[in-house]
Design a binder for this molecule. Sequence first.
Ligand code: CP
Ligand code: NVA
Length: 309
Amino acid sequence: ELKSGPKDFLHISDFDKATILKIINQAAEVKALLKSGDRTFLPFKGKTMAMIFAKPSMRTRVSFETGFFLLGGHSIYLGPDDIQMGKREETRDVARVLSRYNDIIMARVFAHQDILDLAKYSSVPVINGLTDYNHPCQIMADALTIIEHIGQLEGTKIVYVGDGNNIVHSWLLLASVVPFHFVCACPKGFEPDEKTVDKARNAGISKIEITNDPKEAVRGADVVYSDVWASMGQKEEAAYRKQKFQGFQIDESLMEIAGPKAYFMHCLPAERGIEVTDGVIEAPNSIVFPQAENRMHAQNAIMLHLFGL
Ligand code: CP
Ligand code: NVA
């Protein structure tokens, strides 16, 4: 039995396994339809989406806007200077006004509390397009990509190497719903949020390991995953972090330890020569572009689910 979950898509763990797998399956179906050139499936016809961006974006903006359009809808981009949520206007007012114009809201913000407030005061579904805490749409796309390349998520060993950041939190929240083996190798002091690690462990579904040894971590990996060392909002710490993260670059020798079956993934944007070498990102087993493409398909399916379509 499917529990539909809350009206919003803020954390993967707000949904049960059946719902998450249903969304991923639907993503694959709609992807196949769109890739066949079929443009007759227009479930979002007559619907509008407000997209709030407090931070820069390429993938999230373009994939949401394009995906919503391809399925018949219209979206409105609101950049960092437009509504200035929390500065020009309180979040709860933004939520109630946009809810009266739009059928759905997507937001990329700094503080996670902002997306919680937006969802609380909005009468329409709110989708998390990244906060300082998590990035659920990314990890839904990643799960689809892994299923396409490996056949399934269950039983795979996914090794993230780098900062214990928003991407890691979303992996942990997925691991609390769907079983797989997740390892995060990060420098001391850059571990993911303890409560989120506990939540994933206490769910008792997946094997969760947090380590400071990337070489040991990647042995037998099905996927080696990377993200920037300095996230949006931390760019002034880039030099300091570069020091602290020595030994955590994903290079050819680390991929060799991982073994020939290991795929390389990165949510992008990547800083080549910092967290990953150019050679690794350009290698035949790098699936970063199919991964980026799947943002659109995963999000289309998330929106279909939220609209009950
Ligand atoms: N991966 C991702 O969210 O990319 P953007 O920051 O370009 O949206
Ligand atoms: N951790 C990165 C992800 C970008 C998609 C950031 O928050 O900037």
